[in-house]
Design a protein around this ligand. Structure first.
Ligand code: FAE
Length: 547
């Protein structure tokens, strides 16, 4: 007995009984890897990048959290998967013997197709610190919209390549506002634990925290938070804490203690390349095509979907255009990438029946940054781990959760630096600009004011208590707030609005969204654990009901 994918050609022909017995529990699905599946699907998986004219059962656009979860679970369920990634593979060392460059000496590997760096913290002592680089398909994209710069990872592993690894599960009492249409019981008993296990989340040893030089900055943060009566919490991370201890002891090559983070970590951080993607590849059913960018998805005449893909070289030129067919397509290009694609495809007639919610409900997770100038008797340390491990929780009273962030400059700065996540209510919309053939986002910089006000509920109080002031030299000349950016884009294809309650684009059977664009703008904490857990929930449902 075989099941044809809705709208598909039947090439993804796997017996329903095999799926039901195999994936009743997705954890048990691991045992399925290696079981025989439909011969056509098997032959669809070729080594190397996807070929022009290929017909594949599943194509996933993007290799971040959502895409990696989908790839692993589908592969474990016996489905061959092709992942398409616009960024590089990031698996080959450069001439310095390292895959990634440091924040203190950025080279061409640092930015996506820029000729000058665009550091999030772009001033120091009032002077601009950006420098010229060669144009290259580097790892961090600083994508500029009219009122905001959105930072995103580019490469196999998506945001996991560049992020701080802070792996935070929202407090259960806040979950109703994070994903209102999702049952919290199933998330907190099944999918959050599954995501945390899959990501390899751990917490710093509190005794080591209390003694190591590299977290002096965080201990100063703790002291100031507690003296003002704010709860100070340790924040879990995917960095290998034992490895960091060895870095500090001088027995392992330094990464977090050598200024590696924004442009990749050479050691220590468990990016998706080391967790979900490694497991997915080990099934033998997942092929990844780096430096391939999807530009179009439309229904194919014979069923399934025609996908147009541009192959890029490392200076960003298109070297080939490929057209493939896939029975099913998962949009996992991140909040911005998926929203931009869907808005364009609806407006240009490729997928005209996508509903009117496409492009709406986008938020910045309330991100805002600031620094405080400490007294000379409160040094924060010249050696600072790039991995944040603690935060100040004033969400309930003031709408802000502030991570105590490092300033890994290698010199004593007497500065405390914070990235706050706030309950900012503003939401923006992506729309198609026919004149420029681009997708615009209507966010306005002034919409950060609620975030600044919420962050001030913490830092005004601390400054008053400590007799300190805000730093004004980190984001410009006499500019206190880093209100021009976000690290945490969320929304644009919101769950149960743009899609059904499991990410299906119901007007087009076989099309799914499975990334941060499903989340309506705010997660109350750092987002990737929630993106991962939601993807685990949705792919389980899709495997058991749609195949
Ligand atoms: P994402 O990881 O962005 O993956 C999307 C992938 O799709 C990317 O690899 C793209 O290159 C690729 N792509 C896009 N368009 C196309 C296309 N047309 N064709 C082919 N490929 C395409 O999506 N979150 C935390 O929870 N904790 C942190 O500590 C943290 N720190 C951060 C620090 C920085 C500097 C940044 C930039 C982000 C940070 N984040 C953090 C956010 C987190 O990385 C982000 O929410 C997730 O990566 C989003 O996951 P998605 O699966 O939605």
């Amino acid at each position: 007995m075989t099941d044809k994918p809705p709208g598909g050609t039947g090439r993804w022909s796997i017996s329903r009984r095999r799926f039901i017995t195999g994936t009743g529990s997705i954890l048990g699905a691991a045992a399925l890897a290696g079981r025989p599946i439909g011969a056509q699907a098997k032959t669809a998986l070729a080594a190397g990048p996807i070929a022009n004219g290929a017909h594949v059962p599943v194509l996933i656009i993007g290799t971040g959290y959502g895409g990696s979860v989908a790839a692993l679970r589908l592969a474990q369920a016996g489905v061959d998967v092709n992942m398409i990634e616009m960024g590089m593979a990031w698996d080959t060392p450069g001439s310095d013997g390292k895959i990634f460059c440091t924040t203190t000496a950025p080279d061409q590997r640092s930015y996506w197709l820029r000729t000058k760096t665009k550091a999030p913290l772009n001033y120091f002592l009032g002077f601009p610190i950006d420098r010229n680089i060669s144009r290259y398909t580097g790892i961090l994209d600083a994508e500029e919209f009219s009122g905001i710069t959105v930072y995103q990872g580019r490469g196999v592993g998506g945001g996991s390549l560049v992020n701080g690894g802070m792996a935070v599960t929202p407090k259960r009492e806040n979950f109703g506002t994070v994903l209102p249409s999702v049952n919290p019981d199933e998330m907190y008993t099944t999918y959050y634990p599954r995501a945390n296990a899959g990501l390899g989340v751990g917490t710093i040893d509190p005794a080591w925290f209390d003694t190591t030089d590299c977290y002096q900055f965080a201990r100063v943060g703790r002291k100031h938070a507690q003296r003002s009566g704010f709860p100070f919490v340790f924040v879990p991370d995917v960095y290998d804490w034992n490895y960091m201890k060895q870095e500090a002891a001088g027995t392992a090559t330094k990464s977090a203690l050598a200024g590696e983070i924004l442009y990749g970590n050479n050691y220590g951080k468990k990016s998706l390349q080391k967790t979900y993607i490694a497991q997915a590849k080990a099934t033998g059913r997942v092929t990844i095509s780096p430096l391939h960018r999807v530009t179009r998805v439309a229904p194919a005449a014979g069923g399934g979907y025609t996908v147009v893909i541009e192959q890029l070289n490392t200076t960003g030129d298109v070297t080939a255009t490929k057209t493939v067919t896939s029975d099913r397509v998962f949009f996992a290009a991140g909040s911005v990438g998926t929203s931009k694609l869907l808005v364009k495809l609806k407006a240009t007639g490729a997928l005209p029946n996508l509903n009117g919610e496409i492009g709406k409900g986008w938020g910045d997770n309330g991100n805002v940054m600031c620094g405080r100038a400490n007294h000379l008797w409160d040094p924060t340390g010249s050696l600072q781990s790039t991995i944040p491990c603690a935060g100040i929780d004033n969400w309930a009273a003031g709408g802000a959760f502030a991570e105590v962030a490092p300033l890994p400059t290698g010199i004593e700065t007497f500065a405390s630096f914070y990235l706050s996540i706030t309950k900012n209510p503003n939401r923006a919309q992506f729309s198609w600009n026919a004149a420029t053939s681009t997708v615009d986002l209507n966010w306005q910089t002034a919409w950060k004011q609620p975030s600044i006000d919420m962050a001030k509920t913490i830092f005004d109080k601390i400054n008053s208590k400590e007799g300190t002031i805000y730093r004004t030299d980190l984001f410009g000349v006499y500019k206190i707030w880093g209100d021009h950016l976000t690290y945490h884009p969320l929304g644009g294809a919101v769950l149960n609005k743009a899609t059904d309650n499991y990410g299906r684009l119901t007007a087009y059977p076989g099309l799914y969204v499975i990334d941060g664009s499903l989340i309506p703008g705010n997660t109350s904490v750092n987002p990737f654990v929630t993106i991962t857990a939601l993807a685990e929930r949705n792919i389980e449902k899709i495997i058991t009901t749609d195949l």
